[in-house]
Design a protein around this ligand. Structure first.
Ligand code: C2E
Ligand code: MG
Ligand code: MG
Length: 704
């Protein structure tokens, strides 16, 4: 207490009697947390309690209480306001005044004071005394400031902050960032619930959310999409916390707009699931879509189709015009496919020149015929690339779910198989995978295997069929014809296995097997003292495609000391016409070995006369189909005559196949063909039977 001992004795506001309570009152005043002060307006005397001196850090003897000394402690910024409020209250006869201001502590720091003053007026309204309580509220102000700062940070944060009522999930607060992103005002938002802003949240997700609220879990993270006031959406990553807000159990969510992140992720996902060249979905995405379609369809009765599309002859275009042109073509092909199909159909580039199309929700499979025909038809039109007019037709294989397969793998495999059938059957067309096709493919695999075993286990044998002089029946040659002596099936005709051998390349081994067998047999017959006519061996075009064939034939002949008089070669007309330029060269090399060369099945292969002239050949073999209906079919007879005439003109020998009747023989002789082969003279015979015949011939004095 200062020198002013009048306090509290003179304090009218305390209005205590000057009694024995004085000591207790003094004690109470001094032990109060608040500093007490009094100013007598009439006398201009002030007094303060010791507590006030403690608050501002002064000892009793260091502080002279006066209005001036109080004013000198006031913060310059607060001085005017503090005085103003007090003076205003006095002037307006208001009995109390509350004011906050800063005063300088003795240590130089500013402290915050909350001053509550009471003003005592006399009956005339003249102010007599002002007195009050001063509380150090520095800590409280700091806390308030801190809270305000935090609130401002939250309010201005770019992250979206929301507070929701935990029970109703109704919004109670949102910061500026949130309101700006959504386009709502706070009042509008307060009428909405979590589901309004996150309409894509499923009930299940909301349940999880509620469970989280009921359990002690520190934080929940979630990705959802917010719906803006204007109806558009944006993705957010939310971090959800529980807290008490304004006395209510609440949820605060911090949501980050992840549009950019999702856009980058989408871009990466796009790159991983699309073909860079054409922009079409790639193999991965196609598998996904097909799988999804199957899943979706399991409940429905609709069908799904996979169209496996392969460009015909793309490799040639790529090889001859270069990859840049090939790439441009693929881009145009992709575009053309897109224009022909529905937007809902998935068109994918599976790699190279392979495209897959997924057509779902098919109620009638006839539609697939329409689609395939439309595609095949549209690809008859050429593509113009760098002034090149390029034709790229399509071969399409179709598999249908569920009948052609229940899984993506099987459907794709079967569409692929069907596509190969379309290729094999002339390209530029489409084929459906049917169940029996699978069986055929299976048979094929079994057959191919069996043929390989047959080669290893020597199940092939050679039959011989004589070729005769039609005038006198004398043998002028023989043809070696392969047979498959299958352990359980018995003798299998070459028409049943040669095509497959040609496809698989096994034919070359078979042709050489026959060649070597014939040469060895000739040696055997030689040892028996039998004279054997020249024997023709059939060479497939696939065998001729081997550039070293002449060398190989030569080395075999050399090995067995076989002269070219022993053997001849037969090549079918259709096969040599396939690639005439190359065949001319190879046949030339064989001819140079001294071998006679015949063109087999002549008349069926549409020979070009200009080529025929250049072929190094010796003989034409009229195909048996022209002989068969002689003398009934005028046209066949005309053709046969033409072939004979052609052979004469080209100075080639001519022989007829399939001579079965005397009429055939007569007709041929009459028209100048004097050589023949057929059942009329002999069927093809095995080695044993032919050897018997050769011996009979020898005994009858036939010589060659
Ligand atoms: P190809 O070379 O035209 O052989 C003649 C075919 O006509 C033989 O059938 C023969 O049995 C049959 N034939 C002979 N005379 C008559 C007749 O009077 N009437 C009728 N209807 N048919 C007759 P095969 O032995 O079944 O051979 C069929 C085809 O298989 C051969 O036709 C040939 O193209 C091919 N082939 C046979 N062996 C070989 C071989 O070792 N290598 C190659 N690459 N092909 C072979
Ligand atoms: Mg032949
Ligand atoms: Mg023939």
């Amino acid at each position: 207490m200062s020198d002013h001992d009048s306090l509290p004795l003179q304090s009218p506001i305390l209005n205590y009697e000057r009694t024995h309570d004085l000591e207790r009152l003094k004690f109470a005043i001094n032990s109060s947390e608040d500093g007490i002060w009094e100013y007598n307006i009439q006398t201009n005397i002030t007094s303060v309690s010791k507590r006030w001196l403690d608050i501002i850090g002064y000892e009793e003897n260091e502080y002279q209480s006066s209005v001036e000394s109080w004013k000198s402690l006031l913060h310059p910024d607060d001085r005017e306001q503090a005085l103003g409020i007090l003076l205003n209250s006095i002037a307006n006869k208001i009995e109390s005044a509350h004011v906050r201001y800063r005063v300088r502590h003795k240590n130089g720091q500013w402290i915050w004071i909350h001053d509550r003053a009471k003003i005592l007026f006399d009956s005339d309204g003249t102010p007599l005394i002002v007195a009050g309580f001063r509380t150090d509220i520095t800590k409280q102000i700091e806390l308030e400031n801190h809270n305000e700062e935090l609130a401002a940070i939250v309010q201005n944060a770019s992250i979206e902050v929301y507070v929701l009522n935990a029970k109703t999930l109704q919004y109670v607060y949102a910061n500026d960032g949130a309101l700006k992103s959504l386009g709502y005002s706070l009042d509008e938002l307060k009428n909405l619930t979590l589901k309004d802003i996150n309409p894509e949240l499923t009930d299940e997700q909301i349940d999880i959310f509620r469970q989280y609220l009921n359990h002690i879990s520190p934080v929940l993270s979630n990705i959802s999409r917010h719906k803006r006031k204007n109806g558009s959406f944006y993705p957010v990553q939310a971090s959800i916390h529980k807290l008490m807000y304004q006395g209510q159990a609440s949820v605060v969510t911090f949501d980050t707009d992840i549009s950019e992140l999702t856009a980058t992720q989408d871009q990466l996902r796009h790159l991983a699931t699309h073909d860079a060249l054409t922009g079409l979905p790639n193999r991965i995405l196609f598998h996904d879509r097909l799988q999804m379609a199957i899943k979706k369809n399991q409940r429905k009765k609709e069908k799904i189709a996979v169209l496996f599309v392969d460009l015909d002859h793309f490799k040639q275009i790529n090889d001859s015009l270069g990859h840049p042109v090939g790439d441009k073509l693929l881009i145009l092909v992709a575009k053309r496919l897109q224009t022909l199909l529905r937007e809902s159909d998935t068109i994918a580039r599976m790699g190279g020149d392979e495209f897959n199309i997924l057509v779902d929700e098919i109620t009638n499979t006839e539609i697939l015929i329409d689609i395939s025909e439309k595609l095949v038809h549209a690809f008859q039109e050429p593509f113009m690339i760098d002034k090149h007019r390029l034709y790229a037709t399509l071969s399409i294989g179709i598999s249908i779910y569920p009948e052609d397969g229940a899984s993506t793998e099987v459907l794709l495999k079967n569409a692929d198989t069907a596509m190969y059938r379309a290729k094999n059957e002339g390209r530029n067309t489409y084929r459906f995978y049917a169940d029996e096709m699978g069986e055929k493919a299976f048979e094929r695999v079994v057959m191919e295997n069996a043929l390989r075993i047959a080669l290893k286990e020597n199940q092939f044998t050679v039959y011989y069929q004589p070729q005769v002089n039609l005038l006198n029946g004398q043998w002028v040659g023989m043809e070696a014809l392969v047979r498959w002596n299958h352990p359980t099936l018995g003798i299998v005709s070459p028409v049943n296995f040669i095509p497959l051998c040609e496809e698989t390349g096994l034919i070359q081994e078979i042709d050489f097997f026959v060649l070597e067998n014939v040469i060895k047999q000739h040696i055997e017959w030689g040892k028996m003292g039998l004279y054997v006519p020249k024997t023709a061996v059939n060479f497939s075009a696939k065998t001729l495609a081997n550039r070293h064939i002449a060398k190989e034939v030569k080395s075999i002949m050399k090995f067995y000391h076989c002269t070219p008089q022993c053997i001849a070669i037969e090549v079918t007309e259709s096969q040599i016409m396939h690639n005439p330029q190359e065949v001319i060269e190879i046949l030339g090399e064989l001819k140079d070995l001294g071998l006679e060369i015949s063109v087999d099945d002549f008349g069926t292969g549409y020979s070009s006369l200009s080529y025929l002239k250049r072929f190094p050949i010796d003989k034409l073999k009229i195909d048996q189909s022209f002989i068969h209906d002689i003398p009934n079919d005028e046209e066949d007879m005309a053709i046969t005559k033409t072939i004979i005439g052609l052979a004469h003109n080209l100075k080639l020998d001519v022989i007829a196949e399939g001579v079965e009747t005397i009429e055939h023989q007569k007709f041929l002789i009459e028209n100048g063909c004097f050589l023949g082969q057929g059942y009329l003279f002999s069927k093809p015979l095995d080695t044993e039977a032919i050897t018997v015949q050769l011996r009979i011939n020898a005994d009858s004095g036939e010589s060659f």
